[in-house]
Design a protein around this ligand. Structure first.
Ligand SMILES: *Cc1c(COP(=O)(O)O)cnc(C)c1O
Length: 422
């Protein structure tokens, strides 16, 4: 790697994914596209999203209720259009995934089925400082079953002086909890540190003590290569508006391992869309879940957010995840390289990277801790056309996203950072 604009431009020149940038709308600052490093929070809008939504609005205008059958993409089975591309994203068989609801809603629905505490086995292992929605979901599930959160929730915390977790410490904790452990529920990538967990090893450890393993993949889907089926993950869910670029509050994806596809003994909160579709409209008593993940659906498909999601997934299918991940490794390494260069060049501010240095333990995000003036620097960056996010007390998260960010974006970030420090 080289510390030069020429190097960055040369990388972009030979990047076979460079053309995907033009498929997204970039917000502008002073007439120029911003350096958008916030795709881990809200992905950019695909240019095709608007027509995808307009098509459904037109079909609704022209067909009314008939759109369920006569629409160009009949709404009755709209969610099924999302199944195959979703399965490809997470390494699942098609019947192991379904798109529905929102992330936290799905987390609850899945915990209804997979967190089944007994007086002996009732503990949940999660990350200390997990995303707040996950904390609240878990806390309320524990209380719902009559347990005390302080007793039932076990949090993983880094070793003294460290910021991220060792896989060996996670698996050791699982073994220590043994037959008191009901569920391991972690993020695939921690939202704050950007650490990617070894989901395969964690799942194997959970299963070895008789516990279930579930993952919140909000920061992992569309970011990492996932093999949920082969890793034997019990369940997972993710949102579509971060790396999947499907719009604020967009729909969510769910994975339920094939081994539960016909397990009608699992408790679940049911709705008509999860019922045997051959008989869905017979309006009969007696819930019969559909085979696989579709059996967890409650409601009929949310056509407008799903239309955006469909347009976005088509882009992922064209780019393909292995290529995206390969570019992501290089793009994030370039950002890391320039941040180290920045530290070496001046003495005013030092940036510590919280995110693991091992590329296998992270996605595209780097979480940067500023030893001083972090908030002021963030404000200046924002005022100069960099969109990155600030987390109290002193972290700026940057996510160079391989689908639409360029090496030149990373270079501009570095140049602007130097300007701001001056
Ligand atoms: C973004 C995110 C959420 C958000 O949940 P919603 O239900 O989509 O509002 C939850 N958990 C994690 C880990 C997240 O990163």
């Amino acid at each position: 790697m080289e510390k030069s604009l020429a190097f960055a431009l040369a990388q972009d020149q030979t990047d076979e994914l460079a053309g995907f940038r033009s498929l997204f709308h970039f917000p502008k600052h002073a007439g120029k596209p911003v350096v958008y490093f916030c795709g881990n929070s809200l992905g950019l809008q695909p240019v095709t999203a608007k027509d995808a939504v307009l098509q459904e609005l037109e079909d609704w205008a022209n067909l009314g209720v008939e759109g369920h059958f006569a629409g160009r993409n009949p709404w009755l089975h709209y969610h099924k259009l999302l199944t195959a591309p979703t399965a490809r994203l997470v390494g699942a068989k098609p019947h192991e995934v379904v798109v529905m609801n929102n992330l936290t809603v799905n987390l609850h629905l899945l915990m209804v089925s997979f967190y089944r505490p007994t007086t002996k086995r009732y503990k949940i292992l999660m990350e200390g400082g997990a995303f707040p929605s996950d904390q609240y979901a878990v806390e309320s599930q524990v209380k719902f079953h009559g347990f005390e959160p302080d007793n039932a929730i076990v949090e993983l915390v880094p070793r003294a002086g460290e910021h991220t977790l060792h896989t060996s410490d996670i698996t050791a904790k699982i073994h220590e909890l043994g037959d008191t452990l009901a569920l391991v529920l972690l993020g695939g990538v921690n939202y704050y540190t950007g650490q990617a967990f070894d989901m395969q090893a964690i799942t194997a450890a959970a299963h070895s003590v008789g516990a279930k393993a579930g993952f919140d993949l909000a920061h992992a889907t569309g970011n990492l290569l996932l093999e949920l089926h082969d890793w034997k993950v019990d369940f997972a869910t993710w949102c579509s508006y971060k790396y999947l670029n499907s719009g604020a509050g967009g729909t969510s994806g769910v994975f339920v391992h094939e081994k539960y596809a016909q397990d009608n003994t699992l408790p679940r909160f049911a709705g008509w869309w999860g019922h045997n579709e051959q008989e869905r409209f017979l309006m009969k008593k007696g819930f019969q879940p559909m085979y696989g993940a579709e059996g967890w659906q409650l409601s009929n498909a949310q056509i407008l957010p799903m239309a955006v999601h469909k347009a976005s997934l088509e882009i992922f299918d064209k780019a393909t995840l292995p290529k995206l991940r390969a570019k992501s490794l290089r793009l994030t390494a370039f950002a890391e390289f320039l941040i180290e260069a920045f530290n070496a060049e001046q003495d005013q501010v030092k940036i510590n990277i919280l995110t693991p240095r091992n590329p296998a333990e992270r996605g595209c995000q780097l979480s940067l801790v500023f030893d001083k003036k972090g908030k002021a620097i963030h404000q200046q960056l924002t005022a100069t056309g960099v969109v990155a996010d600030w987390r109290e007390p002193n972290v700026i998260r940057i996510a160079p996203v391989p689908l639409y960010n360029s090496f030149e974006d990373v270079w501009r970030f570095y140049e602007i950072l130097k300007e701001v420090i001056k």
